[in-house]
Design a binder for this molecule. Structure first.
Ligand SMILES: [Zn+2]
Ligand SMILES: [Zn+2]
Ligand SMILES: [Zn+2]
Ligand SMILES: [Zn+2]
Ligand SMILES: [Zn+2]
Length: 313
């Protein structure tokens, strides 16, 4: 049993190596055929070949269907065409598929079947140029774009097409919305939770996500009457708490806030006590418990309620 296993392993190793060699040879092919003298290279401003892993172009995108430029492997319009020795043309990607299929590849065209010599595969620049100059519909025709463009201008058009679906510019911050480019401004202005907005009451800048919570606490935001009389837009009054210095009178501690009368802490009490609310870091216990603030077991807190905002000047 042991002998068998090790034997199998060895065999597999050899096989792997063989596949590796084969792949290395295949990968080298494009470089060989691409290495044409400069005089033979296309001088036009054609876009670089970008066919990695792509079959041909869908016939449906073309305004006039180029049925004479169909790749026999993928049945689509030739992308980065390569011509074999036999004269048949295939997409660059489809030639790679033919070569990977067998160690002695043959042309897959039914009445051809000629042996493929990897050294004789050449890019067909003339046909590529013809195809790139054909009129196509924009990729986002179904969304409403009725532009007709040259195939070679497709990617530059997509960069600016108003109907192209793009990620929200706040994707990094967590917005997963996909919107048509022409709707991005609307999305940012009204829907996007991550676009910065300004609080209309205090002018603070914050993300829309935090706005609702902010307005609930914003000292400048008006409130509705807590007694339910229906009056809205009541400005918040200003409340100042002062802990009096009983020793010198010079070290009074104070803090100011604008309570929200609709919160359970500040509404008219219905029991012994409302939910507690206050300024958590107002004064530390150790400072409080000194003769400055506590004398004869007594401390004094002055409460100033400024109602001038409520009634205007
Ligand atoms: Zn193809
Ligand atoms: Zn052929
Ligand atoms: Zn378009
Ligand atoms: Zn967004
Ligand atoms: Zn505010």
């Amino acid at each position: 049993m042991r002998m068998d296993t090790s034997c199998n392993l060895k065999r597999r190793k050899v096989l792997k190596l063989k596949i590796c060699n084969y792949i290395i040879i295949l990968m080298a092919v494009p470089f060989v055929v691409e290495g044409l003298p400069n005089s033979l290279k296309s001088t036009s401003s054609l876009p670089p070949e970008s066919c990695n892993g792509h079959d041909g172009y869908e016939l449906s995108i073309f305004v006039k269907k180029p049925t004479h430029y169909i790749c026999p492997v993928c049945d689509k319009v030739l992308r980065s065409p390569r011509q074999l020795q036999c004269g048949d043309r295939f997409c660059k990607n489809c030639v790679e598929k033919i070569l990977q299929k067998s160690e002695e590849p043959v042309c897959p065209v039914v009445d051809c079947q000629e042996t493929v010599d990897v050294n004789e595969i050449v890019p067909d620049h003339a046909v590529r140029k013809d195809i790139l100059a054909l009129d196509i519909y924009c990729e986002y025709r179904d969304n409403g774009c009725n532009k007709i463009i040259k195939l070679r201008d497709l990617s530059s058009h997509i960069q600016e097409c108003g109907y192209a679906e793009i990620d929200c510019i706040h994707k990094q911050r967590g917005c997963h919305a996909k919107v048509e480019r022409r709707h991005l401004a609307d999305h940012l202005a009204s829907d996007c939770l991550y676009s910065p907005v300004t609080c209309e009451y205090c002018n603070q800048s914050l993300s829309r996500e935090d706005l609702e919570e902010h307005v609930r606490r914003c000292p400048q935001a008006p409130v509705s009457c807590p007694n339910g009389c229906g009056v809205k837009d009541i400005p918040r009054m200003k409340v100042t708490l002062v802990l009096l210095d009983q020793a010198t009178g010079r070290r009074n501690l104070s803090d100011t806030f604008r309570p929200d009368p609709t919160s359970s802490s500040f509404k008219q009490p219905t029991g012994d006590m409302n939910v507690a609310s206050g300024c958590p870091l107002f004064v530390s216990q150790s400072v409080l418990e000194t003769p400055t603030y506590i004398k004869n077991d007594t401390l004094y807190i002055k409460v100033v309620v400024d109602t001038s905002d409520l009634y205007g000047p």
